[in-house]
Design a protein around this ligand. Structure first.
Ligand SMILES: [Zn+2]
Length: 298
């Protein structure tokens, strides 16, 4: 087998490097996908309610959808990455994961504005995640599937933290991929366990949402949380969902209180739940669900 050479430290090292590169791309996804979705929604709104939206933008002479189409193209590939402070393009040699951040000492090479610690953090987490799943599975299809899982879960966690959105564009493919990975024997779950994981994941949070809403009149989470939890069930099996939910609730409560007392809460006092579900899922992946159950005394 030519892949045998990738078993052991070499494979794990290469997986880590691949993870750093993918993490660098995830930074782009985390920043741009919410903006792309917002533009798409604005364009759809304008098409559906032409009477209630201004038919022309001031001075442009264009209908709103046309104006949206004329806005500078933004997708996951174009334009090239720029410094958010000074707008200078980022050269490839200043865009090397982790290394560039360290060499530039966390500052833009053009204007010296500080670069968020977030960027190397996302790269590092992805690199560690990829190395870990390579350590678990060795080279082959399963490791590629789990790399996809790690990347999607990390992207969702950070997007939800920033915007309180869990885009369907990631949660739904992640759910289908989990069922497919089980069917193909790549995730190591029986298809039945994966399927029930998806069902239990969705229905459990849906029930909690409605019970909470009927009792308090408030919305404790959003539909994106149900879809994410269903996807986690499809990948990790229904047995993993209880420890993930308990851990996520506990962490969410602690972080929420800490933010309340440090007055770091955003408008409306809303703490997104997705990042904690994601964190619980990655812990379940690393430690196994049984260890998490042990922590919460079950
Ligand atoms: Zn700059």
């Amino acid at each position: 087998m030519p892949l045998d050479i990738l078993t052991g430290p070499l494979g794990i090292g290469l997986a880590a490097v691949l993870g750093l590169l993918v993490g660098s791309f995830l930074n782009v996804v985390i920043h741009r996908l919410p903006i792309m979705l917002e533009r798409r929604w604005a364009a759809e709104c304008a098409e559906m309610h032409p009477a209630t939206t201004p038919s022309t933008l001031p001075g442009s002479g264009l209908g709103a959808p046309a104006a949206a189409a004329q806005a500078p193209a933004l997708n996951l590939v174009t334009p090239r990455s720029r410094c958010p402070a000074c707008g200078a393009g980022i050269a490839w040699y200043h865009n090397i994961p982790l290394l560039s951040y360290a060499l530039l000492r966390g500052k833009c090479s053009a204007c010296s504005a500080p670069i968020g610690l977030r960027y190397p953090l996302v790269e590092l987490l992805t690199g560690l995640g990829f190395a870990y799943v390579m350590h678990l599975h060795g080279p082959g299809w399963p490791v590629l599937a789990w790399m996809g899982f790690v990347a999607a879960v990390l992207a969702l966690a950070f997007i939800d933290w920033d915007t309180t959105l869990l885009p369907d564009d990631i949660t739904l493919p992640l759910l289908w991929a989990g069922l497919l990975a089980a069917a193909l024997g790549w995730s190591g779950l029986a298809l039945e366990v994966s399927l029930w994981g998806a069902v239990v994941g969705y229905v459990s949070l849906w029930s909690i949402y409605w019970a909470f809403k009927l009792l308090t009149g408030k919305e404790g989470m959003g539909y994106g949380d149900f879809k994410l939890f269903a996807a986690l069930g499809a990948w990790l099996g229904w047995q993993a969902l209880i420890p993930i939910l308990l851990l996520a609730s506990l962490l969410g409560a602690v972080v929420g209180l800490a933010m309340k007392y440090s007055s770091g809460l955003r408008e409306g006092g809303y703490v997104p739940f997705g990042p904690f579900l994601a964190f619980g899922a990655l812990l379940a992946l690393v430690l196994g669900p049984d260890t998490l159950l042990g922590w919460v005394g079950l």
